[in-house]
Design a binder for this molecule. Structure first.
Ligand code: GAL
Ligand code: CA
Length: 364
Protein backbone atom coordinates (compact mmCIF):
# COMPACT_ATOMS: atom_id res chain seq x y z
CA UNK A 1 0.00 0.00 0.00
CA UNK A 2 2.67 2.50 1.01
CA UNK A 3 4.68 1.82 -2.13
CA UNK A 4 1.59 2.33 -4.29
CA UNK A 5 0.84 5.66 -2.60
CA UNK A 6 4.38 6.92 -3.27
CA UNK A 7 4.30 6.07 -6.97
CA UNK A 8 0.88 7.70 -7.21
CA UNK A 9 2.10 11.01 -5.78
CA UNK A 10 5.05 11.06 -8.21
CA UNK A 11 2.64 10.69 -11.19
CA UNK A 12 0.62 13.75 -9.96
CA UNK A 13 3.49 16.19 -10.43
CA UNK A 14 2.51 19.50 -12.25
CA UNK A 15 -1.16 19.58 -11.08
CA UNK A 16 -2.75 22.05 -8.63
CA UNK A 17 -2.86 21.17 -4.96
CA UNK A 18 -6.71 20.95 -5.04
CA UNK A 19 -6.61 18.66 -8.12
CA UNK A 20 -3.96 16.50 -6.54
CA UNK A 21 -5.88 16.25 -3.27
CA UNK A 22 -9.13 15.38 -5.11
CA UNK A 23 -7.31 12.76 -7.20
CA UNK A 24 -5.69 11.32 -4.13
CA UNK A 25 -9.04 11.16 -2.36
CA UNK A 26 -10.77 9.44 -5.25
CA UNK A 27 -7.78 7.11 -5.66
CA UNK A 28 -7.85 6.26 -1.99
CA UNK A 29 -11.60 5.60 -2.14
CA UNK A 30 -11.12 3.25 -5.08
CA UNK A 31 -8.27 1.50 -3.33
CA UNK A 32 -10.33 1.13 -0.17
CA UNK A 33 -13.19 -0.29 -2.24
CA UNK A 34 -10.89 -2.75 -4.01
CA UNK A 35 -9.35 -3.78 -0.70
CA UNK A 36 -12.81 -4.30 0.77
CA UNK A 37 -13.89 -6.40 -2.23
CA UNK A 38 -10.68 -8.40 -2.01
CA UNK A 39 -11.19 -9.00 1.69
CA UNK A 40 -14.82 -10.05 1.24
CA UNK A 41 -13.78 -12.37 -1.52
CA UNK A 42 -11.13 -14.00 0.63
CA UNK A 43 -13.50 -14.32 3.58
CA UNK A 44 -16.19 -15.69 1.27
CA UNK A 45 -13.79 -18.20 -0.23
CA UNK A 46 -12.70 -19.36 3.24
CA UNK A 47 -16.32 -19.94 4.18
CA UNK A 48 -16.98 -21.95 1.02
CA UNK A 49 -14.03 -24.28 1.54
CA UNK A 50 -15.74 -27.54 2.68
CA UNK A 51 -14.73 -28.99 6.01
CA UNK A 52 -13.26 -32.49 5.71
CA UNK A 53 -14.00 -35.06 8.39
CA UNK A 54 -11.18 -37.62 8.41
CA UNK A 55 -12.16 -41.04 9.68
CA UNK A 56 -9.61 -43.83 10.11
CA UNK A 57 -11.00 -47.38 9.95
CA UNK A 58 -8.76 -50.15 11.31
CA UNK A 59 -9.95 -53.65 10.33
CA UNK A 60 -8.78 -56.89 11.98
CA UNK A 61 -8.79 -58.60 8.56
CA UNK A 62 -9.95 -56.93 5.38
CA UNK A 63 -10.80 -60.12 3.49
CA UNK A 64 -13.43 -61.14 6.08
CA UNK A 65 -16.67 -61.29 4.10
CA UNK A 66 -18.91 -59.64 6.69
CA UNK A 67 -16.42 -56.85 7.34
CA UNK A 68 -16.05 -56.13 3.66
CA UNK A 69 -19.83 -55.69 3.64
CA UNK A 70 -19.50 -53.17 6.48
CA UNK A 71 -16.77 -51.30 4.58
CA UNK A 72 -18.90 -51.17 1.40
CA UNK A 73 -21.74 -49.71 3.43
CA UNK A 74 -19.45 -47.18 5.11
CA UNK A 75 -18.07 -46.02 1.76
CA UNK A 76 -21.46 -45.70 0.14
CA UNK A 77 -23.14 -44.00 3.08
CA UNK A 78 -20.20 -41.61 3.60
CA UNK A 79 -20.68 -40.44 0.00
CA UNK A 80 -24.41 -40.00 0.53
CA UNK A 81 -23.81 -37.87 3.62
CA UNK A 82 -21.42 -35.43 1.92
CA UNK A 83 -22.70 -31.88 1.45
CA UNK A 84 -21.31 -28.72 -0.12
CA UNK A 85 -19.78 -27.79 3.25
CA UNK A 86 -18.72 -31.21 4.49
CA UNK A 87 -16.61 -33.95 2.92
CA UNK A 88 -16.16 -37.33 4.60
CA UNK A 89 -12.81 -38.96 4.07
CA UNK A 90 -12.43 -42.65 4.99
CA UNK A 91 -9.04 -44.30 5.27
CA UNK A 92 -9.20 -48.10 5.63
CA UNK A 93 -6.29 -50.02 7.19
CA UNK A 94 -5.98 -53.83 7.16
CA UNK A 95 -4.53 -55.28 10.40
CA UNK A 96 -4.14 -58.73 8.72
CA UNK A 97 -4.80 -60.43 12.02
CA UNK A 98 -1.87 -58.79 13.83
CA UNK A 99 -2.50 -56.60 16.89
CA UNK A 100 1.02 -55.12 16.64
CA UNK A 101 0.41 -54.05 13.03
CA UNK A 102 -2.98 -52.63 13.95
CA UNK A 103 -1.51 -50.62 16.84
CA UNK A 104 0.92 -48.97 14.43
CA UNK A 105 -1.87 -48.15 11.99
CA UNK A 106 -3.95 -46.56 14.73
CA UNK A 107 -1.00 -44.59 16.11
CA UNK A 108 -0.45 -43.23 12.61
CA UNK A 109 -4.09 -42.08 12.44
CA UNK A 110 -3.69 -40.38 15.82
CA UNK A 111 -0.45 -38.64 14.81
CA UNK A 112 -1.95 -37.46 11.54
CA UNK A 113 -4.75 -35.77 13.46
CA UNK A 114 -7.71 -37.83 12.22
CA UNK A 115 -11.04 -36.66 13.66
CA UNK A 116 -12.24 -40.13 14.70
CA UNK A 117 -10.83 -43.66 14.52
CA UNK A 118 -13.10 -46.71 14.10
CA UNK A 119 -11.48 -49.84 15.49
CA UNK A 120 -12.32 -53.43 14.61
CA UNK A 121 -9.81 -54.65 17.16
CA UNK A 122 -7.77 -57.77 16.39
CA UNK A 123 -7.47 -58.88 20.02
CA UNK A 124 -10.44 -57.86 22.14
CA UNK A 125 -8.30 -57.83 25.27
CA UNK A 126 -5.86 -55.25 23.87
CA UNK A 127 -8.17 -52.23 23.98
CA UNK A 128 -6.92 -50.43 27.11
CA UNK A 129 -3.58 -49.34 25.61
CA UNK A 130 -5.26 -47.99 22.48
CA UNK A 131 -7.86 -46.10 24.50
CA UNK A 132 -5.17 -44.42 26.60
CA UNK A 133 -3.25 -43.37 23.47
CA UNK A 134 -6.39 -41.98 21.82
CA UNK A 135 -7.24 -40.10 24.99
CA UNK A 136 -3.78 -38.51 25.07
CA UNK A 137 -4.36 -37.27 21.49
CA UNK A 138 -8.01 -36.43 22.21
CA UNK A 139 -9.24 -38.50 19.24
CA UNK A 140 -12.51 -40.39 19.89
CA UNK A 141 -12.54 -44.16 19.23
CA UNK A 142 -15.49 -46.14 17.90
CA UNK A 143 -14.93 -49.87 18.38
CA UNK A 144 -17.11 -52.07 16.22
CA UNK A 145 -17.94 -55.76 15.60
CA UNK A 146 -15.29 -57.05 18.06
CA UNK A 147 -16.32 -55.92 21.49
CA UNK A 148 -13.81 -54.91 24.17
CA UNK A 149 -14.78 -55.57 27.80
CA UNK A 150 -16.91 -52.93 29.49
CA UNK A 151 -14.20 -52.07 31.98
CA UNK A 152 -11.94 -50.93 29.11
CA UNK A 153 -14.70 -48.95 27.41
CA UNK A 154 -15.25 -47.09 30.68
CA UNK A 155 -11.72 -45.66 30.65
CA UNK A 156 -12.81 -42.59 28.69
CA UNK A 157 -16.11 -40.99 27.74
CA UNK A 158 -15.12 -40.61 24.06
CA UNK A 159 -15.01 -44.37 23.47
CA UNK A 160 -17.98 -46.21 21.92
CA UNK A 161 -19.03 -49.63 20.69
CA UNK A 162 -21.20 -50.39 17.67
CA UNK A 163 -22.26 -54.00 17.13
CA UNK A 164 -25.13 -56.31 17.82
CA UNK A 165 -26.43 -58.64 20.49
CA UNK A 166 -24.72 -61.99 19.91
CA UNK A 167 -27.11 -63.86 22.21
CA UNK A 168 -30.02 -62.82 20.00
CA UNK A 169 -28.29 -64.18 16.87
CA UNK A 170 -27.81 -67.59 18.50
CA UNK A 171 -31.41 -67.77 19.67
CA UNK A 172 -32.72 -66.79 16.24
CA UNK A 173 -30.49 -69.29 14.44
CA UNK A 174 -31.60 -72.10 16.74
CA UNK A 175 -35.17 -70.89 16.24
CA UNK A 176 -34.99 -71.55 12.47
CA UNK A 177 -34.11 -75.20 13.11
CA UNK A 178 -36.61 -75.54 15.97
CA UNK A 179 -39.49 -74.26 13.84
CA UNK A 180 -38.76 -76.74 11.03
CA UNK A 181 -38.38 -79.58 13.56
CA UNK A 182 -41.78 -78.72 15.06
CA UNK A 183 -43.51 -78.24 11.71
CA UNK A 184 -42.01 -81.08 9.66
CA UNK A 185 -39.62 -83.20 11.71
CA UNK A 186 -38.88 -85.59 8.83
CA UNK A 187 -37.01 -82.81 6.99
CA UNK A 188 -34.37 -82.88 9.74
CA UNK A 189 -34.60 -86.21 11.60
CA UNK A 190 -33.37 -88.26 8.67
CA UNK A 191 -32.68 -91.41 10.71
CA UNK A 192 -36.01 -91.07 12.52
CA UNK A 193 -34.59 -91.65 16.01
CA UNK A 194 -36.30 -88.57 17.51
CA UNK A 195 -32.91 -86.95 18.22
CA UNK A 196 -31.40 -84.01 16.37
CA UNK A 197 -27.79 -84.94 15.47
CA UNK A 198 -25.64 -81.86 14.80
CA UNK A 199 -22.15 -80.50 14.29
CA UNK A 200 -21.07 -76.98 15.30
CA UNK A 201 -18.65 -74.88 13.23
CA UNK A 202 -17.35 -72.19 15.55
CA UNK A 203 -15.81 -68.78 14.86
CA UNK A 204 -12.54 -67.56 16.39
CA UNK A 205 -12.07 -68.78 19.93
CA UNK A 206 -12.62 -65.94 22.43
CA UNK A 207 -14.78 -63.83 20.09
CA UNK A 208 -18.03 -62.74 21.81
CA UNK A 209 -20.08 -63.97 18.85
CA UNK A 210 -18.50 -67.43 18.90
CA UNK A 211 -19.25 -68.06 22.54
CA UNK A 212 -22.78 -66.68 22.54
CA UNK A 213 -23.97 -68.03 19.18
CA UNK A 214 -22.69 -71.54 20.00
CA UNK A 215 -24.45 -71.55 23.35
CA UNK A 216 -27.72 -69.89 22.40
CA UNK A 217 -28.43 -71.69 19.12
CA UNK A 218 -28.65 -74.93 21.10
CA UNK A 219 -30.49 -73.24 23.96
CA UNK A 220 -33.29 -72.29 21.54
CA UNK A 221 -33.79 -76.02 20.88
CA UNK A 222 -33.43 -77.39 24.37
CA UNK A 223 -35.78 -74.70 25.75
CA UNK A 224 -38.38 -76.02 23.30
CA UNK A 225 -37.71 -79.64 24.40
CA UNK A 226 -36.05 -80.67 21.14
CA UNK A 227 -33.65 -83.50 22.07
CA UNK A 228 -30.20 -82.85 20.59
CA UNK A 229 -27.02 -84.85 20.16
CA UNK A 230 -23.74 -83.11 19.42
CA UNK A 231 -21.57 -85.20 17.09
CA UNK A 232 -18.64 -82.79 16.70
CA UNK A 233 -17.57 -79.17 17.11
CA UNK A 234 -14.48 -77.19 16.14
CA UNK A 235 -13.31 -73.69 15.32
CA UNK A 236 -12.91 -72.70 11.67
CA UNK A 237 -12.07 -69.04 12.52
CA UNK A 238 -14.98 -67.59 10.48
CA UNK A 239 -13.38 -68.92 7.29
CA UNK A 240 -14.97 -70.80 4.42
CA UNK A 241 -11.81 -72.73 3.56
CA UNK A 242 -11.19 -73.90 7.11
CA UNK A 243 -14.84 -74.94 7.52
CA UNK A 244 -14.58 -76.91 4.28
CA UNK A 245 -11.61 -78.82 5.70
CA UNK A 246 -13.28 -79.56 9.08
CA UNK A 247 -16.51 -80.68 7.45
CA UNK A 248 -14.69 -82.89 4.94
CA UNK A 249 -13.05 -84.66 7.87
CA UNK A 250 -16.35 -85.10 9.72
CA UNK A 251 -18.04 -86.40 6.59
CA UNK A 252 -15.43 -89.14 6.39
CA UNK A 253 -15.87 -90.07 10.04
CA UNK A 254 -19.60 -89.55 10.71
CA UNK A 255 -20.93 -88.42 7.34
CA UNK A 256 -24.31 -90.09 7.21
CA UNK A 257 -25.30 -89.13 10.74
CA UNK A 258 -25.06 -85.34 10.45
CA UNK A 259 -28.58 -83.89 10.27
CA UNK A 260 -27.87 -80.23 11.07
CA UNK A 261 -24.82 -78.00 10.64
CA UNK A 262 -24.82 -74.94 12.87
CA UNK A 263 -22.22 -72.45 11.67
CA UNK A 264 -21.40 -69.33 13.69
CA UNK A 265 -21.31 -67.40 10.39
CA UNK A 266 -22.30 -67.74 6.75
CA UNK A 267 -18.82 -68.20 5.33
CA UNK A 268 -18.36 -71.33 7.44
CA UNK A 269 -21.86 -72.57 6.52
CA UNK A 270 -20.91 -72.22 2.85
CA UNK A 271 -17.62 -74.06 3.50
CA UNK A 272 -19.60 -76.97 4.96
CA UNK A 273 -21.84 -77.06 1.87
CA UNK A 274 -18.73 -77.00 -0.37
CA UNK A 275 -17.41 -80.07 1.47
CA UNK A 276 -20.72 -81.93 1.09
CA UNK A 277 -20.78 -81.39 -2.66
CA UNK A 278 -17.13 -82.35 -2.88
CA UNK A 279 -17.94 -85.60 -1.07
CA UNK A 280 -20.44 -86.38 -3.81
CA UNK A 281 -23.71 -85.54 -2.04
CA UNK A 282 -26.66 -84.38 -4.10
CA UNK A 283 -28.70 -81.34 -3.09
CA UNK A 284 -31.36 -83.59 -1.52
CA UNK A 285 -28.77 -85.32 0.62
CA UNK A 286 -27.36 -82.13 2.15
CA UNK A 287 -27.77 -81.76 5.89
CA UNK A 288 -29.84 -78.80 7.15
CA UNK A 289 -27.23 -76.00 7.19
CA UNK A 290 -27.74 -72.62 8.91
CA UNK A 291 -25.45 -69.58 9.23
CA UNK A 292 -25.37 -66.01 10.52
CA UNK A 293 -24.70 -62.65 8.73
CA UNK A 294 -26.81 -62.75 5.53
CA UNK A 295 -23.82 -61.91 3.33
CA UNK A 296 -24.52 -61.66 -0.43
CA UNK A 297 -23.17 -65.20 -1.20
CA UNK A 298 -25.28 -66.63 1.65
CA UNK A 299 -28.44 -65.01 0.29
CA UNK A 300 -27.64 -66.58 -3.08
CA UNK A 301 -27.24 -69.99 -1.43
CA UNK A 302 -30.64 -69.58 0.27
CA UNK A 303 -32.14 -68.75 -3.12
CA UNK A 304 -30.55 -71.93 -4.54
CA UNK A 305 -31.87 -73.96 -1.60
CA UNK A 306 -28.50 -75.23 -0.32
CA UNK A 307 -28.42 -72.96 2.76
CA UNK A 308 -31.62 -73.32 4.76
CA UNK A 309 -31.48 -70.08 6.68
CA UNK A 310 -29.36 -67.35 8.22
CA UNK A 311 -29.63 -64.44 10.65
CA UNK A 312 -29.02 -60.99 9.21
CA UNK A 313 -26.22 -59.13 10.97
CA UNK A 314 -27.19 -55.59 10.02
CA UNK A 315 -24.05 -54.22 8.33
CA UNK A 316 -25.88 -51.24 6.88
CA UNK A 317 -27.33 -50.13 10.24
CA UNK A 318 -23.95 -50.62 11.92
CA UNK A 319 -22.19 -48.48 9.29
CA UNK A 320 -24.85 -45.83 9.70
CA UNK A 321 -24.48 -45.80 13.50
CA UNK A 322 -20.70 -45.42 13.14
CA UNK A 323 -21.10 -42.45 10.79
CA UNK A 324 -23.74 -40.84 13.05
CA UNK A 325 -21.25 -40.95 15.90
CA UNK A 326 -18.25 -39.90 13.80
CA UNK A 327 -20.05 -36.86 12.36
CA UNK A 328 -21.44 -35.72 15.71
CA UNK A 329 -18.08 -36.16 17.45
CA UNK A 330 -16.05 -34.35 14.80
CA UNK A 331 -18.53 -31.46 14.81
CA UNK A 332 -18.25 -31.30 18.59
CA UNK A 333 -22.01 -31.81 18.85
CA UNK A 334 -23.72 -33.45 21.79
CA UNK A 335 -24.74 -37.08 21.40
CA UNK A 336 -28.36 -36.76 22.55
CA UNK A 337 -29.70 -37.06 19.02
CA UNK A 338 -27.81 -40.28 18.21
CA UNK A 339 -30.30 -43.06 17.50
CA UNK A 340 -30.02 -46.14 19.69
CA UNK A 341 -27.15 -44.90 21.90
CA UNK A 342 -27.34 -46.65 25.29
CA UNK A 343 -25.46 -45.54 28.41
CA UNK A 344 -23.66 -42.99 26.25
CA UNK A 345 -21.49 -45.85 24.86
CA UNK A 346 -23.28 -48.68 23.07
CA UNK A 347 -25.25 -48.97 19.85
CA UNK A 348 -26.52 -52.48 19.13
CA UNK A 349 -28.45 -53.25 15.97
CA UNK A 350 -31.16 -55.92 15.76
CA UNK A 351 -30.67 -59.28 14.07
CA UNK A 352 -33.37 -60.75 11.82
CA UNK A 353 -34.16 -64.28 10.61
CA UNK A 354 -33.78 -64.93 6.86
CA UNK A 355 -35.31 -68.06 5.32
CA UNK A 356 -36.54 -68.92 1.80
CA UNK A 357 -39.98 -67.61 2.85
CA UNK A 358 -38.88 -64.01 3.50
CA UNK A 359 -35.68 -63.90 1.39
CA UNK A 360 -37.13 -61.24 -0.93
CA UNK A 361 -37.12 -58.67 1.85
CA UNK A 362 -33.34 -59.01 2.20
CA UNK A 363 -32.22 -59.12 -1.41
CA UNK A 364 -30.46 -55.94 -2.53
C1 GAL B 1 -18.96 -61.61 13.29
C2 GAL B 1 -19.43 -62.08 11.92
C3 GAL B 1 -18.36 -62.98 11.33
C4 GAL B 1 -17.02 -62.28 11.33
C5 GAL B 1 -16.67 -61.75 12.70
C6 GAL B 1 -15.39 -60.96 12.66
O1 GAL B 1 -19.92 -60.72 13.81
O2 GAL B 1 -20.63 -62.78 12.06
O3 GAL B 1 -18.72 -63.33 10.02
O4 GAL B 1 -17.09 -61.21 10.42
O5 GAL B 1 -17.73 -60.95 13.20
O6 GAL B 1 -15.16 -60.30 13.85
CA1 CA C 1 -31.95 -88.01 14.22
Amino acid sequence: MILTMKSCSSRSRGRSHAEVTAMNHSFLRRMALLAAIGFCCLAGCAEEEPETVRIGVALYQQDDTFLSTIVQNLEQQAKERETADRKLNLNIADGRGSQAAQNEQIERFLKQGYDVVCVNIVDRTAAAVLIDKARASNVPLIFFNREPVEEDLMRWDKVFYVGSDAEQSGLLQGGIVRDVWKADRGLIDRNGDGLLQYVMLEGEPGHQDTLLRTENSIKALTKAWVPVEKLANDSANWQRGQAHTRMAQWLKQIGQQVEVVFANNDDMALGAIDACFEAGMSEDQLPFVVGVDATPPALEAIAEGTLKGTVRNNASAQASAMLDLACALSAGEGLNGIEGLKNGKYIRTEYAVVTPENLDEFLP
